[in-house]
Design a protein around this ligand. Sequence first.
Ligand code: CAA
Length: 264
Amino acid sequence: MNEKWLKIGDSVLYRDDLETSTAIIKISREKQLNALNSSVISCIEQALSEIEKNKKIRSVIVTGAGEKAFVAGADIKEFQHFSENEAYNLSRTGKEKLFNKIANFSKPVVAAINGYALGGGLELALSCHIRIAVKEARLGLPECTLGIIPGYGATQRLPKIIGKGFAMEMILTAKIIDADYAYKIGLINHVVSSDELISKTLSITKLFNNTSPEALSLAINSVNSCFLSDADNIESRNFASLFNTDNFKEGINAFIEKRKSNFD
Ligand code: CAA
């Protein structure tokens, strides 16, 4: 395993796990509980652009440095004096550069939640395709206690993940929940101990290597479309377009020939 971390900017670390073909992005602003400022957002965006082009990388893990926080939210100190217009731009730019980019990424992105996932931090995890958290993680949307609402997508993504009732409760009460409760309501997929967070996450990303990259990309697109009015047709179109790929032929041939498939 290549354990060497590369630095991107002053607050994001990056490494490839070659054994599982997984890229790991670690937000590293530990003293500020990994709060998301514009520099962190740009650095993650930069890492994702590189990962998108790299055919050897099949999936991504996003995690936070230290044991205390995954991400404790958008950086409150950065936006405290913003005008309405600046706040609108913060929300739009953050979504375009990071949150929507992750949600629509062509490779699976898994959030490894190592501590607090609050506000924009939980929204970052919500934009990922799968969420795994340590027992000590605490999750919540405190925005309404700050006199604002979530601005990085939680009002749209949370109801789709846990249902409107639980989403309303989390957003309106701003209560912070523990990992076991988050698991019960379907907010996270697995709860693990802190020393097995990355190994358990890698054991999941390793499974993606048994699948066709084009199939995963269009599966993400189809699931993301599930609430659109033409979602049913989007699924049919995506399904059909995979019949043109070499990996489809390989997958089917491998099944018929009773062997393991060898996807490109
Ligand atoms: N933004 C900026 N700085 C933050 C931060 C944030 N979201 N969260 C923590 N920090 C900073 C603290 O200001 C503190 O910095 P200093 O040492 O320079 O004072 C440092 O991180 C350590 O934090 P605490 O001393 O507060 O640590 P604690 O253990 O006492 O409390 C906590 C931990 C409960 C997570 C607390 O830090 C907290 O409540 N943080 C804010 C959580 C929050 O409200 N998040 C939502 C942000 S708004 C948002 O995300 C909007 C959006 O959707 C776009």
